[in-house]
Design a protein around this ligand. Structure first.
Ligand code: SF4
Length: 521
């Protein structure tokens, strides 16, 4: 979940707005979805891996070429039906460069009609006036346009001279056609100096939102792990973001400034506010972050790659939970017979090191597993991008190198969980599956009754894998009401798709017109 710096520190959302248990999602503004107890995931879809640029930090390692096996138009429509039936609220059309996918606007229009709100993540360089018009016609919620530095810095990142100017033109075309734009900036030590200029651009163009991304090491991003900002500099970046959020608020601009992909930004914000004596605000923000639950990979967030494989997030392509060509989205997402799904959904007893003992675990959830895996080879180790000190997270290291909490309550709770895991291991159970089953009611993704049935069966069968498969068969039946609604909307959705027939450029057209940059140029 993003850390919504401006909404939090300027009081645009408070624990009172969210209430004790916000169950109903209907009618809520999109940013409020993360505070509901209905964890239907926001999904990213890599519509194509093809891209006209070659950015250094690209997690999908995309190039200017076609990739075999990508979802066909019909398979994509079926996936959208399945997502609508399950209740996916938002689908981020990503890439590669999503505007290079044929008929992408038809898919966006279709998604909107069946109830899945389409948003877009693009490098912005292909947005002509006509393309912006089609975005509008397709009912796009937001165009997230990447600006990874100002001028030359952006071009170096994007691997193409002129990418910055083309992107600025794309922003202007969106604005003139009434498409909302959100800027996306991924921080590394080579572009951090440009952050103030990117904020200035946001102000100049009067854009409503900016997302500052921390680097996650995967795809080509893994090559530049060494380029990530130093831990202490991460604080300076977040300080700058807080200052700007306050500045915009004072000037009367209600902007949404958020940070993404490093959940320790939340605890850092709380620590800073407490240092300044703003205890009430810090406590309120803690409550809001608690509702969001920190990292939601595999719980409230997920990714479908260009081939249809479903992952916990877009950085975790090293394993898949299933493919939408073969199973419905519901069967994959709720498929508790898959060990990794269970492990992601109930990860607390599995997390090691500092994260496992951290006093902020409940609002961070151990941050990014993909970064831990890349840096240590172990999916359940601590996230190396955490920049908080041991004192700040209230832990210490013993002579054997093991971490402990200074808080006896956390220490005994975490030890108890670990013993429970050990108990299941000794009984021969699959530990993540058994833990997920036992966490009856703790996850809305695994309803209490199903979890209880699952555990009961596990006890009878003595085998958690079989029990999970049996529970899964019962558990992943489609919701008849949602299914009927999708059936009802489908003819209209197809008509909307027909009306939105796209003019987005294809790879062939771009190559013919010479618009693609040589990779790495
Ligand atoms: S130690 Fe881990 S759980 Fe705690 S704030 Fe840092 S990343 Fe989050």
């Amino acid at each position: 979940m993003p850390v919504r710096i401006s909404k939090f520190i300027n009081g645009y959302v408070t624990p009172e707005d969210v209430g004790p248990d916000l169950k109903v999602r209907k009618g809520l503004p999109p940013f409020m979805l993360s505070f509901t107890s209905d964890y239907k995931p926001v999904m990213t879809w890599n519509t194509t891996r093809t891209c006209n640029l070659r950015c250094v930090h690209c997690y999908s390692d995309s190039e200017t070429k076609s990739y075999a096996g990508e979802l066909t138009h019909e398979q994509a429509l079926k996936m959208l039906d399945d997502m609508a039936e399950y209740g996916v609220p938002i689908l981020l059309f990503s890439g590669g460069e999503p505007l290079m996918r044929k008929r992408v606007f038809e898919l966006m229009a279709y998604a909107r009609k069946v109830g899945v709100r389409p948003t877009l993540s693009t490098n912005g360089t292909l947005i002509s006036k006509d393309v912006a018009k089609n975005m509008k016609r397709a009912g796009l919620g937001y165009a997230g346009i990447s600006m990874d530095g100002y001028g030359d810095t952006n071009d170096k990142f994007r691997g193409k001279v002129g990418a910055f100017d083309a992107m600025v033109k794309g922003v202007e075309n969106c604005l003139s056609e009434g498409v909302k734009v959100s800027l996306r900036f991924t921080v590394t030590q080579h572009n951090a100096q440009d952050l103030p200029k990117v904020f200035d651009f946001l102000e100049q163009k009067n854009l409503p939102r900016m997302c500052v991304y921390h680097l996650v090491y995967s795809g080509r991003g893994s090559d530049i792990m060494a380029d990530d900002v130093e831990r202490k500099f991460s604080r300076t970046i977040v300080d700058q973001i807080i200052d700007r959020a306050e500045y915009f608020h004072k000037k009367g601009f209600e902007k949404d400034i958020l940070t993404i992909d490093n959940h320790c930004d939340g605890p850092y914000l709380i620590i800073k506010l407490r240092e300044k004596g703003k205890h009430k605000l810090a406590d309120d923000i803690y409550q809001l972050l608690l509702k969001q639950g920190g990292n939601r990979s595999g719980i409230g967030f997920g990714d479908v790659d260009n081939l249809g494989n479903v992952h916990a997030d877009q950085f975790s392509w090293d394993y898949s939970w299933g493919n939408v060509k073969q199973k419905t989205f519901r069967q994959i997402w709720d498929g508790i017979s898959n060990e990794t799904i269970a492990a992601y959904k109930y990860r607390k007893p599995l997390i090691k090191g500092r994260c496992g003992k951290c006093q902020f675990f409940e609002i961070c959830n151990g941050n990014f597993r993909a970064r831990a895996k890349f840096a240590t080879g172990d999916n359940w180790e601590s996230d190396p991008a955490c920049y908080l000190t041991d004192d700040e997270i209230n832990v210490y290291k013993d002579a054997q190198g093991n971490y402990h909490s200074h808080d006896p309550k956390i220490e005994s709770e975490t030890e108890e969980l670990k013993q429970k895991a050990e108990h299941y291991r000794k009984l021969g159970f699959n530990v993540p599956l058994a833990l997920a089953g036992e966490a009856a009611g703790c996850l809305s993704a695994i309803p209490k009754k199903v979890s209880e049935d699952y555990l009961a069966q596990a006890k009878i069968l003595g085998n958690t894998t079989e029990a999970a498969a049996a529970a899964e068969a019962e558990f992943t039946k489609p919701d008849p009401k949602r299914l009927a609604e999708v059936e009802r909307l489908r003819p209209e959705a197809l008509q909307d798709a027909e009306n939105a027939k796209g003019i987005n450029p294809t790879l062939e057209q771009l190559q013919l017109s010479g618009a693609t940059g040589a990779a790495g140029a």
